[in-house]
Ligand binder design. Sequence first.
Ligand SMILES: Nc1ncnc2c1ncn2[C@@H]1O[C@H](COP(=O)(O)OP(=O)(O)OP(=O)(O)O)[C@@H](O)[C@H]1O
Ligand SMILES: N[C@@H](CCO)C(=O)O
Length: 318
Amino acid sequence: MSVVVYAPASIGNVSVGFDVLGAAVSPIDGTLLGDRVKVAAGQTSFSLQCVGAFVDKLPQQAEENIVYRCWQVFARELDKKGGALLPVDVTLEKNMPIGSGLGSSACSIVAALDALNRFHDQPLNETELLALMGEMEGEISGSLHYDNVAPCFLGGLQFMVEELGIISQKVPCFDDWYWVMAYPGIKVPTAEARAILPAQYRRQDVITHGRHLGGFIHACHSNQPLLAAKMIKDVVAEPYREKLLPGFVQARQHALDAGAIASGISGSGPTMFSVCTDLEVAKRLARWLEEHYVQNDEGFVHVCRLDNLGAKVTGSEL
Ligand SMILES: Nc1ncnc2c1ncn2[C@@H]1O[C@H](COP(=O)(O)OP(=O)(O)OP(=O)(O)O)[C@@H](O)[C@H]1O
Ligand SMILES: N[C@@H](CCO)C(=O)O
């Protein structure tokens, strides 16, 4: 008996909703831009094996891998419910670069917790699982934010309401948008990208941020794609983070000149996202970004769509 769960890449913030908005994306060519975790019956209480393209970037010690912490907190919650923890062999397929702005740690966390829960016949409900995912993301990045784990787990565009016992709810978005994701191949740790942000903001910035976020959500609900795209502007993080991203300012300008309707930093960077309504424009921009924004062999560019499914079972074997 075993289960494999795939958890997709996500765009934290989507520029306009710092820490409260996130979108799950998957490449249109079927590439698995996300991590997979297999949970199988084991001989000992827990074992972890890591494979995949970015396995060398993971911490050397299994105990430092967030997947191990996921198993520990899952066991803690199961114990509270009086459930029996089964011995498991866990395999992490690490396809996602770390510190990329693509929600790499969220992919591992979501795939691991969802797979553990399924293997144990779903003792935790969706909200309980999402709360645990947020706790794990908070441990890794230094502060609790759900804008990667929620879309990665639940799919689509997610808004963190964090009221009435609800953590996140789906916002209708534009399924025909292409999201061009350009990862330059360098690392920007989330904790460092958060540390450089101001502790306080000017009143004018607070008002502008409120107008952009309110306008974006309104445009999504009233099906006004161009208004929504105009609202995708960041006054909270991008002005401070762009200096961490070599070539970002020029690439963002090129994307807009080349026909993208919006562009910004994905999560805490260095990945840049651009929204296009035309596939040819998206592909042309992707080629330009491959030549001008990607900095080394580890970088890549993918033309994506919103991933409305989020985490999903891909079978019983990797
Ligand atoms: N399975 C794992 N996947 C990713 N990072 C892990 C994992 N296990 C432990 N880590 C550690 O967690 C930290 C993740 O850092 P960070 O939050 O900057 O990365 P990230 O999740 O890839 O960022 P982003 O959300 O911008 O993509 C790194 O120090 C990394 O070594
Ligand atoms: N909202 C988080 C996302 C990190 O991927 C940040 O921008 O710091």
